[in-house]
Design a protein around this ligand. Structure first.
Ligand SMILES: [Zn+2]
Length: 297
């Protein structure tokens, strides 16, 4: 579905008050109008400025934010909407520190907001399964020394990467942090991200042989300098991903890595709809269930 393009000025006009944001959230939450979660009645009144909906039948009260991504948040919805706009319209992604300054919340709040928004991004992408011809490879992120497999990979986090090849270049991309590159982790990655029975191209690393169980495995041993010929797209995308991580986050701890990969993939997979991204991301967030955040590092 094509989404309209929206400028910051327009965004501010539409979503500049708590009431406007709450109404937008209510539209997504109750697309056919309010319905009481206790008795199912559609009659309600709104109480005060707290955006509490009270059922006219059973008097049950429910916040428009309850059971959404904004469940129990103390941060005004207007600030959430700004965060979504800033995150979607900043090509390189926005850091917690920059967001906290832009919208006037603490670093810890900004960090929590970004994590929740990235969870909504990841869920949107997790619905999709890659198909047709797919390039598949592993890479290592972080650590002090450059290097790929085996020795020199200490302190680095292994990541699996798959990308669809299409006539005009890359299609959809999926990335996942794994504990180690093994038959088990490869198999579970493929089962989650790919339709079965596709053509999957790899560089013949033994752990990747498990590809042949559910797919047509096209493998070729390639010396590093020729890797770009057999698996051109996946190498370009891995390069882009590392630039994204270094640019915005200045090196990433493995605790956060999946979150940033989710954001990278979400953006990459929508790169042809970039101007529509703020409204697309807003919809993904408004339609999302609560996200529990266990801890911060
Ligand atoms: Zn009721």
């Amino acid at each position: 579905m094509k989404m309209p393009v929206i400028s910051l000025v327009e965004w501010q006009k539409r979503f500049g008050t708590e009431k406007a944001c709450a109404n937008e959230l209510a539209k997504v939450r109750w697309p056919h109008g309010f319905q009481c979660p206790a008795c199912g009645s559609q009659k309600y009144s709104i109480i005060g400025t707290r955006k509490l909906y009270q059922c006219s039948e059973c008097r049950h009260q429910v916040s428009v934010k309850a059971d959404t991504l904004f469940h129990a948040t103390k941060i005004p919805l207007v600030k959430w909407f700004w965060a979504i706009y800033l995150m979607a319209s900043d090509k390189g992604g926005i850091s917690s520190l920059r967001l906290s300054k832009h919208i006037g919340v603490s670093w810890i709040s900004a960090r929590s907001m970004l994590k929740k928004i990235r969870t909504a991004m990841a869920h949107r992408d997790s619905i999709y399964r890659l198909d047709k011809l797919i390039e598949f490879d592993d890479t290592y992120v972080g650590g002090k020394r450059a290097g790929k497999r085996g020795r020199g990979a200490e302190g680095k986090t292994p990541v699996l990467v798959a990308v669809e090849t299409r006539e005009k270049g890359a299609g959809f991309v999926a990335m996942e942090v794994v504990t180690t590159i093994s038959k088990e982790t490869v198999k579970s990655f493929l089962a989650f991200h790919l339709k079965p029975g596709q053509n999957v191209r790899t560089d013949a690393l033994p752990a990747l042989n498990v590809v042949a169980q559910d797919h047509v495995h096209e493998k070729k041993v390639t010396p590093p300098e020729k890797a770009g010929e057999w698996l051109p797209l996946v190498h370009i995308i891995i390069g882009n991903m590392k630039t994204f991580l270094n640019g915005t986050f200045h090196g990433v701890s493995s605790n956060y890595l999946q979150e940033y990969l989710d954001e990278f993939c979400y953006r990459f997979n929508r790169r042809f709809w970039e101007p529509e991204l703020p409204l697309r991301l807003l919809n993904a967030c408004l339609a999302h269930v609560p996200v529990k955040i266990a801890e911060f590092h």
